[in-house]
Design a protein around this ligand. Structure first.
Ligand code: DX5
Length: 235
């Protein structure tokens, strides 16, 4: 049984008022803050770096869930740990000169939780060999690069598979979804087995962020009694 985590994505914040924005996120009842790091090489956009991460750290006590959408995550791990990352996720599609397992081990050795992310086109089988080495599996529900895109429905099947394979392996890493997550798409993702919801546009553009977070928290999940039993019976 996994408690539900709601992680607003800073990418959708007003960058001119980041201190206010992260305080707003914390006051609205979020669990984590999700921070998208893009280097313009593996995704067609540049977001922000360690200076911004450490600056917003001074305005919140929320855990930082940092996703490195960069070509060579190994080169940047130490600086993001120092900047305040608690959860550090790398893409399986990035370059890992010593192998993905080595990158994940370095994250854990630095005292962070290790995450592995998959783009929509990347099959789950590319992450499965590393399931024993992760604390979080991030299933991207849009092609990364920009906020405000529509959730890709094919993601649901991948979440279902991840949930089933995690249980079969007796493991307990979290399953996170990111991209186009709003009340409707979160409902699909949660029933499929996600337990961490990253949401940018839907939360930052909501007229009442606290209410929007409460609504996400109230949705049934795969582990919700009765709902879960029905879902598991299908497999
Ligand atoms: C894509 C980003 C987005 C962002 C969430 O690269 O990773 O998924 O965090 O933004 P929304 O919720 O607007 O899709």
């Amino acid at each position: 049984m996994f408690d539900r985590i709601i992680a607003p994505s800073l990418l959708a914040a007003d960058f001119a008022r980041l201190g206010d924005e992260v305080r707003r996120v914390e006051q609205a009842g979020a669990d984590w803050l999700h921070l998208d790091i893009m280097d313009g090489l593996v995704v067609p956009n540049i977001s922000f770096g360690t200076a911004v991460v450490s600056a917003v750290l001074r305005h919140t006590r929320l855990p930082f869930d940092v996703q490195l959408m960069v070509r060579r995550p190994n080169d940047m791990l130490a600086s993001f740990v120092e900047a305040g990352a608690n959860w550090l996720t790398v893409h399986v599609e990035s370059e890992h000169p010593d192998g993905v397992r080595s990158t994940l081990a370095r994250i854990r050795a630095a005292g962070c939780k290790a995450g592995l992310a998959l783009n929509p086109k990347t099959p789950l089988s590319e992450a499965e060999p590393f399931f024993d080495a992760i604390d979080l599996l991030l299933i991207m529900s849009v092609n990364p690069g920009f906020g405000g895109q529509a959730f890709l429905p094919a993601t649901v099947e991948k979440i279902e598979s991840a949930y089933v394979r995690r249980a079969a392996a007796g493991l307990s890493f979290r399953i996170e979804i990111d991209g186009g997550v709003n009340r409707e798409t979160a409902a699909m993702g949660l029933l499929a087995g996600a337990d961490v919801l990253v949401s940018g546009t839907a939360l930052f553009r909501a007229s009442d962020m606290a209410l929007a977070i409460r609504e996400l928290r109230a949705l049934p999940g795969r582990d919700t009694p009765n709902v879960g039993a029905q879902r598991v019976a299908q497999f």
